[in-house]
Design a protein around this ligand. Structure first.
Ligand code: NAP
Length: 310
């Protein structure tokens, strides 16, 4: 299969490129500013994905069987800092890709987020549940879901993903990589003991995306996540234990949402996803936290700190 991949240098895109190459697909990966190595790509283009005509030209040149959209402004605070840029990447880009997918009869897999929900309940959110975003990022993700489905009803699937673990090309994007960066720099790490997430790894999500490239019968919005719900604080503690770091070397303080009422307004307390109908339909299985943590590497950017510890 010829696959056009945006966000090839991101946490999910890079994992997808590796997984697709293992399965013999030819992936053309679009990157922005990243210049490091990216295994798995048959071809690589550096492009501003905010430039609609450049995106259209690059895509028509590849004439793909499938388009995988992993590009985004994926950090809520970055969306708040530059809403117009976030709107271009998070909404306008998927809209253009969906229109092109429709014209080419190409499969489109677009990635959305658990943050379309407000996280105010403790039971799982199902795909039919009403969305209720509490931040700009979540609102943009819903807008993208609607645009993608409107433009490419017969070709598109949108996958809502949870907080991600995994190993990113730059070593700075995923949950454990951010923790390592803080520990190495001596910055205090405060994690919420009352915020719960159903994490999965980018590598596991990539396997799901790959299956969805091949399963054109699956359309509309779907959910994917891990097999367990855990607080951010407990997740941090488990990561620390896995890497055999002590409490002194890698301190973590537990905080609660009540201690940070302003920040809590834009943060979801509990995001649990019901994986129907994908669970059972795909070969890929949701992973336990233990299995996710076992896949993590010491980030390249923190190696000196980690291996020079006494
Ligand atoms: N990370 C999470 O925890 C998480 C959770 C749920 C859902 N998601 C969603 O999953 C998808 C993938 O997220 P991710 O974490 O892999 O994202 P990421 O690591 O932040 O990567 C973003 C990608 O977008 C590219 N990009 C951004 N602006 C660009 C531009 N103007 N032109 C070209 N490329 C541009 C970046 O390229 P360069 O770096 O080369 O500039 C990078 O490859 C996104 O839709 C995100 O919203 C992520």
């Amino acid at each position: 299969m010829r696959i056009f991949l945006t966000g090839a240098s991101g946490l999910v895109g890079a994992a997808f490129a590796r997984a697709a190459a293992r399965r013999g697909h030819a992936v053309t990966g679009i990157v922005g500013g990243f210049t490091g190595e990216l295994p798995g790509l048959a071809a690589r283009r550096s492009l501003d994905l905010g430039d609609e005509s450049a995106v259209t030209a690059a895509l028509l040149e590849v004439f793909p069987d499938a388009i995988v959209n992993c590009a985004a402004i994926s950090v809520p605070e970055t969306c708040d800092a530059d809403p117009a840029r976030a709107q271009t990447l998070n909404v306008a880009l998927p809209t253009v890709l969906a229109r092109l997918a429709h014209h080419l009869s190409a499969r489109l897999v677009h990635i959305s987020s658990e943050q379309v929900f407000d996280g105010s309940r403790t039971s799982s959110y199902a795909i039919g549940d009403a969305t209720s975003p509490i931040n700009l990022y979540g609102r943009q993700k819903i807008e993208s879901e609607r645009a993608v489905q409107a433009q490419a009803t017969e070709f598109a699937v949108t996958l809502r993903a949870p907080l991600l673990m995994g190993n990113s090309p730059g070593g700075k994007r995923s949950t454990h990589e951010r923790l390592f960066a803080d520990w190495a720099a001596g910055r205090p790490v405060k994690l919420y003991a009352d915020e719960f997430r159903q994490t999965c790894t980018a590598e596991n999500l990539a396997e799901v995306i790959l299956e969805l490239c091949e399963r054109r019968d699956v359309r509309g919005v779907c959910h994917w996540a891990g097999a367990e719900l855990l607080s951010r604080y407990e997740l941090g503690r488990r990561i620390r234990t896995h890497f055999k770091l002590s409490e002194t070397e890698a301190p973590i303080s537990a905080i609660t949402r009540a201690e940070t009422p302003e920040a809590a307004k834009k943060r979801q307390a509990c995001l649990a996803l019901d994986l129907a109908p994908l669970y059972g339909l795909l070969k890929t299985q949701p992973q336990t936290i233990e299995a996710q943590i076992a896949e993590l590497h010491v980030p390249a950017t923190s190696r000196d700190w980690y291996f020079s510890r006494q």
